[in-house]
Ligand binder design. Structure first.
Ligand SMILES: C[S@@+](CC[C@H](N)C(=O)[O-])C[C@H]1O[C@@H](n2cnc3c(N)ncnc32)[C@H](O)[C@@H]1O
Length: 277
């Protein structure tokens, strides 16, 4: 137990000052005991949230495994779970979405970073798309940072309509209304694609000339992170190769944005720029 009093936990360097009968203790970082307790409680709450999230994710995978089986295909730098048919894919993704509806994967700081990076490229978005958004947070954060931008999100699940600026849409499909209209397209959900090359090409079709496609690659997008719910995983190099092939004739790969040092959301962002007219 920590707190005021004449005890000296080994793990903390203590500075003790007797002053007007008051005992003030501090650790090496110069924190008071209340601050140490507060920090410990914060860390415990964070660990509990992480454990709950892990439990929710495991339960979601177990749930979809009870309704579908997949065949696992291994390729050059990627692993793909193949479903029996499209209906099974849709059902798995919808069930998984509902089971994890309270979860949030990407962080606000990452979206703000991307918004700043886009601004530095001279991108002043009128219209933009985020794919596989679940709760619609990413478009909300882009809108906050990019005043006046009409950023909308998609999700395959019927829950899409519960969230602001979100439409129910399968991101593999070309939407005639969006062709050539978007200043940027962002997604961290391509590991849920049954055909990532098809999805990437559809997203590039939505870009204006000079527009940017931004794809997050995290540990969760790697080959060993695949399962029935997250059916596709690839190394960063394989992802770049698939993206370049999908965009052949439409533009070029851009820089990889290295965000691996971000403690909350370590990621590499693969970029692709649609050819300027
Ligand atoms: C891992 S979650 C990521 C959610 C959100 N981007 C985040 O950072 O929290 C993947 C989301 O993609 C959605 N999804 C899966 N397949 C999809 C598809 N073909 N088209 C659109 N959304 C899809 C799922 O329903 C789910 O909400």
């Amino acid at each position: 137990m920590r707190g005021y009093g004449p005890h000296f936990p080994d793990s903390h360097a203590r500075q003790i000052r007797l002053d007007c009968f008051a005992i003030i203790t501090s650790n090496g970082a110069g924190m008071s005991d209340e601050q140490v307790v507060e920090q410990d409680e914060k860390a415990a709450r964070k660990a509990a949230r992480k454990a709950a999230k892990k439990g929710m994710f495991k339960a979601a995978v177990a749930q979809v495994e009870s309704i579908a089986q997949t065949q696992v295909k291994e390729g050059d730098g990627f692993v793909q779970h193949v479903y029996d048919d499209y209906e099974t894919y849709r059902r798995v993704q919808e069930e998984g979405n509902k089971a994890k509806l309270k979860a949030q994967f990407v962080k606000k700081t990452h979206i703000f970073f991307l918004a700043e990076w886009l601004a530095a490229q001279g991108c002043r978005p009128g219209f933009a798309l985020c794919h596989g958004v679940r709760r619609g947070k990413e478009q909300a954060w882009f809108r906050k940072k990019m005043k006046g931008a009409d950023v909308i999100g998609t999700d395959i699940s019927e829950t899409a309509t519960q969230f602001e600026n979100t439409v129910q849409w399968d991101f593999h499909d070309d939407n005639p209304e969006w062709q050539g209209k978007a200043d940027f397209v962002y997604s961290n959900s391509w590991d849920h694609a049954y055909d990532p090359a098809k999805a990437f090409r559809a997203w590039i079709h939505c870009l204006k000339p000079g527009g940017w496609l931004l794809i997050d690659h995290t540990r969760g997008h790697s080959p060993k992170s695949t399962n029935v719910l997250d059916p596709f995983g690839a190394t960063r190099d394989a992802t770049a190769r698939i993206l370049a092939e999908a965009g052949q004739g439409l533009g070029e790969l851009g820089p990889v944005l290295d965000r691996m040092a971000d403690p909350d959301y370590p990621a590499a962002v693969l970029t692709f720029q649609r050819a300027k007219a």
